[in-house]
Design a protein around this ligand. Structure first.
Ligand SMILES: [Cu+2]
Length: 96
């Protein structure tokens, strides 16, 4: 039983970091129009404390951002893109 519990905890740690409060959201950024935009946006988003990963998709004009929701929130991400000159909206949020 003890071993089963340890295995369960490991599985949770890999698949679902419940205690890390990590969230991944997708933002629609219509102003992303050329190859330089994702670079600017990535810098702006990575500057937000708590952001751990950003993925830019210029074709769909979307950004996927992973962050620690104890340190920041979606509003801060949207503010960061807006401050960089790219207003964005939340199109998908995946909670752990
Ligand atoms: Cu551009």
């Amino acid at each position: 039983m003890k071993r089963y519990f340890a295995m369960l905890m490991m599985t949770l740690a890999v698949n679902q970091p419940v205690w890390a409060a990590s969230r991944t959201v997708t933002l629609a950024i219509p102003g992303m129009s050329c190859a330089a935009c994702p670079i600017t946006l990535r810098i702006a988003l990575n500057r937000v404390t708590g952001v751990t990963a950003t993925t830019m998709n210029i074709d769909s004009r979307q950004a996927t951002v992973t962050f620690d929701d104890a340190k920041t929130d979606v509003e801060a991400l949207i503010r960061a893109t807006g401050d960089a000159g790219y207003p964005s909206t939340l199109i998908q949020g995946v909670s752990p």
